[in-house]
Design a protein around this ligand. Structure first.
Ligand SMILES: Nc1nc2c(c(=O)[nH]1)N[C@H]1C(S)=C(S)[C@@H](COP(=O)(O)O)O[C@H]1N2
Ligand SMILES: [Mo]
Length: 526
């Protein structure tokens, strides 16, 4: 059994190392990605519901567990029939290569990592089998006499074995050889794996995030009005610091692109398809915009929402350069890792600050948020607008092509729904009775919030005060006060947008185009 585990370990470790050296996707992740891409919608929905944002970790663990179990089994058989072990490795390699082929976006490096991994597994298997053969008998309890006779057989398997003089009466040199070989294989595999995992995090190189110098915007926005952030303790800050920005995507490992290698292709139903690289993009007149991004999966009261100041090039202008054909009602964008997103062309072209963004919060995009370039469209949920690591934009028709989540039963056109949230008091929090501060946020991107109403203990609604906003594309903080007696209380909130539409009380789940309902929290006054 140990034999199989050592071979699988070597395959995984050296596969990681090769992937790290080639800047390619690791074999385990490639298999995981292929499973995600090709699993039916109901399974995906189930996995997201059951595991939430841990779904990626669960999937990778699942792939590893299967590998380990199958590897252990093959190892047992391989002791008697080595060919079965090698055949198993060939099968693993075939599965890995099939995953690479299905993924298409992973390419040569990922395939090479699979082959290197399988090769390392085979070498490990050969080494371990050779030393194990001499050890099998003492372990099996028969032929104690055979062990000493096999000394020379064990020696070549592990160079250090002969240099260890320890005689060890009932631990034959054969067994010692096996232990040394196994330990050697294990150490080599572990170091290779660790090195492979660590390599991609090395910064440096011309195209790395650390080296990318963003130009100043052609027309910088004024600083935020001082009244955007009320500074109420416990209230979501108006601007989300980059490290706190929520992250949602299907990527099992965050793509780490090189900006000097990055290009964006604009094609499809256009007169003049073209490609643009980072140098050219950064030489354009960039603009700034404050935009709140929110995920369609955000539950009532949820935190899959963040706000920042983006820097980028107007997406409408870029696309117009290609000469869009009438009837091309969908902008189908694709990321470096093959995720697709369908955005209504008319929404991007209607004059709002839809951006091909390169910066957020005064820095290049963090890798997790799409370095070196992503889309941001105010007023649409992220899954239909905010492609990270974007490398391809195709003008097409909704009737002809469906994007990733649309294929899985989610909405096609998904404007952000008018929403509000209570942050203060914290849900189930304790406050002193008497005067109590109530505060939170509300959002209806690209329509803007006109009013936020609050009620306590199902009483009368009253209007909260709204903080300042730089425009209609961001969330707004709200605050108000009330007096409460000691005991348990509830706070409920609802927002009205600039079209006069008030957030409905009806509870609707996020699928297919966003949750609705009033956020209600409970707190205790003492
Ligand atoms: N490449 C890629 N871009 C993507 C996604 C993805 O899965 N892959 N998810 C989208 C979704 S569902 C959301 S809500 C936003 C989240 O952006 P963030 O992670 O920067 O907050 O990214 C969008 N862009
Ligand atoms: Mo999302």
């Amino acid at each position: 059994m140990g034999v199989g585990l050592l071979a699988v370990g070597a395959a995984l470790g050296f596969g990681e190392l090769a992937a790290g050296l080639l800047r390619a996707t690791s074999p385990v992740v490639t298999v995981g990605d292929a499973l995600v891409d090709n699993s039916p919608a109901f399974l995906m929905k189930w996995a997201i519901e059951v595991f939430g944002t841990a779904d990626k970790a669960v999937l990778i663990t699942g792939v590893l567990v299967v590998l380990v179990l199958v590897g252990a089994l093959l190892g047992v058989v391989a002791l008697r029939r080595p060919m079965v072990g090698y055949a198993g490795l060939v099968l693993f390699a075939a599965a890995g290569l099939a995953a690479v082929a299905l993924r298409r976006t992973d390419g040569f490096g990922a395939a090479a990592a699979v082959v290197v991994g399988a090769g390392a597994g085979a070498v490990a298997l050969a080494l371990v089998l050779r030393s194990a053969r001499h050890t099998l008998e003492p372990w099996g309890g028969r032929g104690e006499t055979e062990a000493p006779a096999d000394t020379e057989g064990a020696a070549p398997a592990q160079d250090s074995a002969p240099t260890v003089p320890e005689p060890g009466p009932d631990r034959g040199p054969g067994r010692r050889g096996f232990v040394f070989t196994a330990a050697g294989v294990l150490a080599a595999s572990g170091s290779a794996g660790a090195l492979g995992r660590w390599l991609p995090s090395l910064t440096g190189g011309a195209g790395s995030r650390a080296e990318l110098a963003l130009p100043a915007p052609a027309a910088p926005l004024p600083a935020l009005p001082s009244g955007t952030d009320l500074g109420v303790p416990g209230l979501e800050p108006f601007t989300t610091p980059n490290p706190d920005f929520y992250r949602i995507d299907t990527a099992l490992t965050i793509p780490r692109l090189d900006s000097t290698q990055w290009t964006l292709r604009v094609h499809g139903l256009v007169d003049r398809p073209f490609e643009i690289d980072m140098d050219e993009l950064l030489s354009r007149e960039l603009v700034e915009s404050d935009i709140t991004l929110v995920c369609v999966s955000n539950q009532v009261g949820g935190d899959l929402i963040s706000n920042t100041r983006w820097l980028g090039f107007p997406l409408a202008e870029l696309i117009r350069e290609a000469g869009v054909h009438s009837g091309a009602d969908q902008i189908l964008s694709t990321s470096s890792d093959g995720w697709t997103c369908g955005t209504p062309t008319e929404v991007v072209m209607d004059g709002r600050d839809a951006l091909l963004a390169v910066g957020m919060g005064g820095e290049p995009l963090p890798h997790a948020n799409g370095y070196p370039a992503r889309m941001v469209v105010p007023g649409l949920y992220g899954f239909v607008s905010a492609t990270k690591w974007v490398t391809d934009i195709k003008l097409t028709r909704f009737a002809d092509e469906q994007a990733y989540w649309a294929q899985r039963g989610w909405g096609v056109r998904a404007p952000v729904k008018t929403m509000s949230r209570v942050d203060v008091p914290a849900p189930l929090g304790r406050v002193e009775s008497g005067e109590v501060v109530l505060a939170g946020i509300a959002w209806a991107q690209h329509r803007g919030i006109d009013a936020v109403e609050v009620r306590v203990d199902d009483g009368e609604w009253w209007e909260a005060e709204l903080a300042e906003v730089p425009g209609i594309d961001t969330w707004v903080q709200w605050v108000t006060e009330t007096t409460v007696d000691p005991g348990n209380h509830s706070v409920e909130v609802r927002a009205t947008d600039s079209t006069g539409f008030t957030q409905p009380s009806e509870r609707v789940e996020p699928v297919p185009d966003g949750a609705t309902g009033w956020h209600r929290i409970r707190f205790t006054a003492t």
